[in-house]
Design a binder for this molecule. Sequence first.
Ligand code: NAP
Length: 285
Amino acid sequence: MTMTAQILDGKTLAQTLRAGFRKRVDALAAQGHRPGLAVILVGEDPASKVYVNNKVKACEDAGLYSEKLVYPVNVAPAVVLDKIAELNADPKVHGILVQLPLPAHFAEAAVLEAITPKKDVDGFHAENVGALAQGNPCFIPCTPYGVMKMFEQGGIDLSGKEAVVIGRSNIVGKPMALLFINAGATVTVCNSRTEDLKAHTRRADILVAAVGKPRFVTADMLKPGAVVIDVGINRLPDGKLCGDVDFDAAKEVASQITPVPGGVGPMTITMLLANTIEAAEREAG
Ligand code: NAP
């Protein structure tokens, strides 16, 4: 007899968390500190445009102030850096986010370092990465933060567990691994050069896939009863969204699994709102 995995429903959790934000936003606004987010987009990448519009819309729905700043692909980096300096000093703005990737003529790290750490709601500034690595985070990157909230909601204990992350990006894999370390898991981080990937993934009590390849993780790569978190968002030729995990087969092996869409995706913007509200609360004292 096979057991079908419990679905970890990020969409519902995101709605619940966002409903809880209302009171905090209203309280801040009443004190004259309505939380504000500035989003900077450089260029015309269609996926980036969608992400930025979704972030601005989420702010509006949650009662936050928001600003969208759009620059042509060939803009001089100094123009963007000047804007960031202005936003750093703007009391209406508590969070500043630069949509990645930036065009090739930008030094990405220099742009991220230009954001004042106390407004770095993506958590990509070196100071905030360092604070997370030391186990004393100031802002946690939104996607792995959302995954941690799903563990919390699902009553999934990480301490002592074998946690395996596929992917080592600064946006997902690496901060996810740091959060697992901080939570007391035993952590393995795999990448494109990993020898015998399956030997690692088969040991995972908790597996996070952040690869960017549709249905890359197959059922035979899972330990029976594993918790499977699918961060991947891949667009198939027919236009449908698909994760990094072969969901239909994996759900017959896993104990808990996130769907795509409706899993990690909705949590990412939710945690961006959480970080921006948190930034405003710190500013308000
Ligand atoms: P990325 O920067 O492209 O990183 C992908 C990682 O996967 C790299 O570390 C790469 O290894 C590794 N990889 C590639 N092929 C592999 C293989 N055959 N075996 C083992 N590892 C392999 O991507 P990302 O920004 O982390 O995003 C990953 C996925 O998550 C994408 O689908 C993205 O769209 C999605 N995403 C979703 C959200 C959300 O809100 N749910 C947020 C961000 C990203 P190397 O380092 O060796 O190249």
